[in-house]
Design a protein around this ligand. Structure first.
Ligand code: ATP
Length: 373
């Protein structure tokens, strides 16, 4: 394994009886990076993280940390530390004692040195001055930072984070996610972060691995995941999308650029996977990637504004398509910029998008095909 890789999983599977919780997963986490594992509830994220930490043993496959195969290394001997969703702080101890706890347990260090390191870790998470406070005398966000300091003070090669922002309210979560990203960049510690919250994964990570039913669907930087999803699942799970179902592939303009007929309307898109003419596909189009021009224009899809929902920085406009064989509408996100079109309900509009702003994947439920006699 390359020295640039801090965590490596090679064909790792974990079964609980008949249930395959993690299914033949291979991935590499580059040194010093912020790596997120994103997936819905029950997809296998926690099991994956617990195997890296050493709390679960893989049924098969190998796990490497810092270049060393750690399958047989107990959790306390692995060069990683885990921050849990339930922070497991000691409520009756003060902040400083919570942070020195791991160092005391490890031993071999003077009290003065432990305190110096703990204060340094607290300063890194912006908590200097609160050393003597009890845990129940600080806020939820501050407790979060104590839990991070308590892990960072042990100087792990890899910090494993089990959705630690999950219990915070929305506002705090927003600010903590940026803090966490800055902290990771400052310390250079490799972070492996599991979450079901895509806004967190997209905002913080260098790389995101999307997991579903124990299998990795895609590993990519956030922007690529968002713009070029590799599977139907990633396209539907990550970000908001218009999902137009059961289109038919009618032609290819080049290898990737595909023409799809949806309810009698020709639409351009990017083939997200290998497709052939006549395949039944779903087309995913981001609401913010659709351009709206007032009136009936050339080269676009004609529609009528049926709903306008104001949402602060933008409006979500629902446009009914006028030339489709079945009722069909698209959600369009319009930023409130100077050039934004001034729309009213009932207005005729023309919609268009860059071909690669729409992603086509084989429909999950293929129509029943009669077997030939
Ligand atoms: P969540 O986001 O809800 O925490 P997750 O993605 O972390 O979910 P896991 O906790 O890894 O998912 O669970 C994956 C699957 O393995 C689930 O079906 C779960 O019920 C099952 N599972 C997890 N731990 C055990 C266990 N100790 N014994 C049996 N089944 C388990």
């Amino acid at each position: 394994m390359s020295p640039e890789i801090d965590v490596g999983l090679v064909n790792v599977t974990k079964k609980f009886g008949n249930l395959v919780a993690v299914d033949n997963v291979s991935l590499e986490v580059p040194k010093g990076s912020f790596f997120s594992i994103l997936g819905p509830s029950g997809s296998g994220k926690t099991t994956l993280l617990r195997m890296i930490a050493g709390f679960e043993v893989p049924t098969s496959g190998d796990i490497f940390i810092g270049g060393q195969r750690v399958n047989d290394v107990p959790p306390n001997k692995r060069p990683c530390n885990m921050v849990f969703q339930r922070l497991a702080l000691f409520p009756m101890m003060n902040v400083l004692d919570n942070v020195t706890f791991g160092l005391r347990r490890r031993g071999g260090m003077s009290k003065a040195e432990m305190e110096r390191r703990a204060k340094d870790a607290l300063a890194r998470v912006g908590l200097q001055g609160l050393e003597k406070r009890k845990i129940n005398q600080i806020s939820g966000g501050q407790q979060q930072r104590v839990a991070l300091a308590r892990s960072l003070v042990l100087e792990p090669t890899v910090l494993l984070l089990d959705e630690p922002l999950g219990s915070l309210d929305l506002k705090l979560r927003q600010s903590m996610k940026l803090e966490l990203k800055h902290l990771q960049a400052r310390t250079g510690t490799t972070f492996v972060y599991i979450t079901h919250d895509q806004t967190i994964a997209l905002a913080m990570s260098d790389t995101v691995a999307v997991i579903n039913h124990g299998k990795i669907e895609q590993i990519a930087p956030p922007e690529e995941l968002y713009r070029r999803p590799a599977t139907h699942f990633v396209a539907s799970f990550v970000g908001e999308n218009n999902k137009l179902v059961n289109g038919k592939v009618v032609a290819f303009q080049d290898e990737e650029k595909v023409e799809v007929d949806i309810a009698g309307i020709r639409m351009l898109g990017r083939a997200g996977e290998a497709l052939s003419v006549n395949d039944t596909v779903d087309l995913f189009i981001r609401p913010e990637m659709i351009t709206v021009r007032p009136g009936k224009g050339e080269n676009g899809i004609l529609g009528k504004v049926s709903e306008i929902n104001f949402d602060g920085s933008h409006s979500l406009v629902i446009v009914s398509l006028l030339e489709s064989k079945q009722p069909l509408s698209l959600n369009v996100k319009i930023q409130h910029t100077e050039n934004a079109p001034d729309l009213k309900i009932g207005d005729l509009v023309t919609l268009s998008w860059r071909w690669d702003a729409a992603n086509a994947f084989l429909s999950m439920a293929q129509p029943h095909i009669e077997a030939e006699a």
